[in-house]
Design a protein around this ligand. Sequence first.
Ligand code: NAP
Length: 303
Amino acid sequence: MLSRKYQAITNKGFRQMTGSSPQILLIGASGQLGRAFLDLPDFPSTILTPTHGELDITRSENLDKYGKENPNIDLIINCAAATDVENLESDPTRADLYNRVGAKNLVEFSNRLKAPLIHFSTDYVFDGTKQTPYTENDATNPINIYGKSKCAGEEEILNHAEHAVIFRTSWLISHRGENFLTKIIKKARSGEALRIVTDQIGCPTSADDLACMVWAAMPEIKENKTVTLYHLCNRGQASWYDLAKFILEKSSQRIEPEAIQSNQFKTAATRPAYAVLDTEKFQKEFSVLPKTWKDAVTDILNK
Ligand SMILES: NC(=O)c1ccc[n+]([C@@H]2O[C@H](COP(=O)([O-])OP(=O)(O)OC[C@H]3O[C@@H](n4cnc5c(N)ncnc54)[C@H](OP(=O)(O)O)[C@@H]3O)[C@@H](O)[C@H]2O)c1
């Protein structure tokens, strides 16, 4: 269940939004975050949720046509992206097409329709060399192809959008589909040995909480016709190992994961060692306090 506080703000946001009967376009609705938006309590029924095949953000002519067919769209929530970090490492062209060109096309689409664009980016725009949480003012320096393409997508929006908000988030988990949490539980149930890295630190974030907090901020976002960037994730920090241990403990799995270092776990993409996001700016501007990641994990496991 969503926390009482988020729920209250969400309903307030919903009432204010429905006052003007918004026509929302949710792109990437079948993904982890898209599905979390769809599951928000009382999410408007006027929502458009084209599939990837019906609306491809990499094809501007596709967006043109869709805009002409749906001229009353007044809010675009983009959850679409290429997110397969490992495969993208050997396919920079696809990373650029989906994550930069896709964002560029959406900026043009949003400007033309005069509809604000809500977009998501990642902690992987940072190199991970800092030792305190990254703020929105810290310089980006991505160290893998996915991070570079997401960073380039941010720049398209920050430089050319008329009304847009980018939310940088991290380590999304939920009870749906394949993500770190569902994979850990599946492996534990099948008795598979777990080797988890201790030297990458980040902010585990519930996709449901993220959708809920973004939705809570929507009335103000619609009012403030600016282009802004926020960091938004659950509170606290953890290593992948801490997160795995907590998931296993809370789901009563008796398996003890083996703690390893990143150099013992070969991956194509290098990940930042420290990618904790500072969410102060969002908290202050919208008076929303994110749940701790432990509460978020507990909520997911109770679904
Ligand atoms: N997952 C994380 O841990 C994480 C962390 C930080 C930031 N983020 C960001 O959060 C956002 C949502 O991530 P997610 O994990 O929910 O992604 P996801 O589960 O991989 O879902 C991506 C969605 O986008 C759709 N899509 C992909 N390419 C598209 C295209 N060219 N045109 C239209 N739709 C397309 C996919 O549809 P098909 O499956 O049909 O292709 C799917 O519905 C992304 O911007 C991501 O970069 C994610």
